[in-house]
Design a protein around this ligand. Structure first.
Ligand SMILES: Nc1nc2c(ncn2[C@@H]2O[C@H](COP(=O)(O)OP(=O)(O)OP(=O)(O)O)[C@@H](O)[C@H]2O)c(=O)[nH]1
Ligand SMILES: [Mg+2]
Length: 400
């Protein structure tokens, strides 16, 4: 590409832009006082000017619109000669226009303003909002930016695409061993009981499978009794172990008859997970869990009410457990799930189950994109059926 045909793009100071515009108005015989006030440029809002070159003014306008997707105003237009032909010996005319973007925020497309409002209201992180706005600018044609419904649909579609759902193994290992780890009080034990109830009792005509619950926190006052008393009601046995060998022995002993082992663990603050030298301590819990063998699936339990920064911290600190996905609890206690969606998308983690209440075994379901999208304030303003078609649930039953 020759020097002359390269696009010239430079920023001028406000004063320079002002002087150029004033000159141009004079040339056209228009004084600032008789200039249409509706058309008048907010002088204090001129950011600096830019140049674009094309075969015609219309061509330049098209290029600017495509490139920046925001309103602009033209300051000047002139003809330039661009070298062409053999060795650039000839030249052809082109149009060069000088333009600027008014800083007035209200001049932004309403679609951008409403999208930011929607994402902020739903607690999405700053980074996530930036990424969505970038996609709006890059991927939607200008006509679509003027259609609020189309914009809202695409924003929801992109949010949906950023949610990753954990894929179940088509043929689950036998026995399947699920271990729930996570911070204190997030609902690990409650989730174990809900899973045990749904898999062990069977739902909606789906036959029950053999389930056994194991807690590795037998010393905790009341926790073992809680599991045992609810386990008794549901007819699901519970074992208690406190070391690696005992856990391995328990699994080996029942592995022929049990289809699913659900392992409840000790809740700990992520701050207590590591000693100063960075080694995992966690009261030896990781070591005890080695008794599950290498085929165990780890799921990290997180409350949906946690702040984005804390979620990111928890996701990171529990990484040594090599968890395959996240169980989101307490969805009933919050109306904002943007925090969770942002953090999980950023760390590329998938979700396996969501829970939404204290009732055992009812308040649990397999995670789905639509289940999370429906929690967003403003979801029902879009074409819900179209979103459901776009993100169909893989399974029709509740958990399997
Ligand atoms: N509202 C609501 N409460 C829940 C949900 N899941 C669990 N809980 C409640 O949260 C509280 C803590 O639940 P647990 O299951 O004891 O939490 P945990 O993670 O086992 O706690 P630790 O063992 O102490 O770490 C209990 O009162 C549960 O009933 C949920 O989805 N929604
Ligand atoms: Mg517990």
């Amino acid at each position: 590409m020759s020097y002359f045909s390269k696009k010239i793009k430079r920023k001028l100071s406000f004063d320079a832009a002002y002087r150029k515009f004033e000159k141009r108005l004079k040339k056209l015989g228009v004084s600032l006082s008789d200039h249409d006030p509706k058309e008048s440029i907010p002088w204090d809002a001129v950011e600096g000017s830019y140049f674009e070159q094309g075969t015609s003014r219309y061509h330049c306008e098209q290029k600017i619109t495509e490139k920046y997707k925001k309103p602009f105003r033209i300051l000047s237009e002139k003809e330039v000669r661009v070298p062409c032909g053999f060795l650039g010996l000839f030249s052809k005319p082109e149009v060069q226009i000088e333009f600027f973007f008014p800083c007035d925020k209200n001049d932004e497309y309403p679609a951008f303003v409403s999208t930011v409002k929607f994402l902020k209201a739903n607690d999405f992180s700053e980074n996530y909002i930036k990424t969505i706005l970038e996609r709006l600018r890059k991927e939607l044609p200008i006509e679509m930016l003027e259609d609020p419904d189309a914009v809202q649909y695409h924003v929801l579609e992109w949010i949906g695409e950023s949610i990753s759902i954990n894929k179940e193994d088509p043929v689950p290992s036998k026995p399947r061993i699920m271990v729930l780890v996570g911070p204190t009080g997030v609902g690990k034990t409650a989730t174990i009981l809900k899973l045990a109830g749904n898999y062990g009792i069977g739902t909606d005509g789906i036959p029950a499978i053999n389930v056994r619950m194991i807690t590795i926190d037998p010393s905790r006052i009341g926790e073992k009794e809680r599991l045992e008393s609810i386990g008794n009601v549901m007819g699901i046995p519970v074992s208690c172990v406190d070391n690696k060998q005992a856990l391995k022995k328990e699994i080996d002993l029942y592995s022929k008859e049990v289809d699913l082992f659900l392992i409840d663990t000790i809740g700990k603050s992520p701050k207590d997970l590591f000693s100063i030298d960075g080694k995992i301590k966690y009261n030896g819990m990781k070591e005890i869990l080695e008794g599950c063998g290498s085929g165990a699936e780890y799921h990290l339990v997180i409350s949906a009410c946690t702040k984005t920064r804390d979620i990111e911290y928890i996701l990171e600190k529990f990484e040594p457990f090599n968890y395959r996905s996240v169980v989101l609890t307490k969805m009933d206690e919050t109306d904002c799930v943007g925090n969770v969606i942002s953090a999980l998308a950023e760390k590329r983690k998938s979700i396996s189950y969501v829970t939404d209440g204290q009732s055992v075994p009812d308040n649990i379901e397999r995670a789905s994109v639509v289940r999370l999208l429906e929690k967003l304030d403003g979801f029902y303003k879009v074409n819900v059926e179209k979103i459901k078609e776009r993100f169909p649930s893989e399974k029709t039953d509740r958990l399997r």
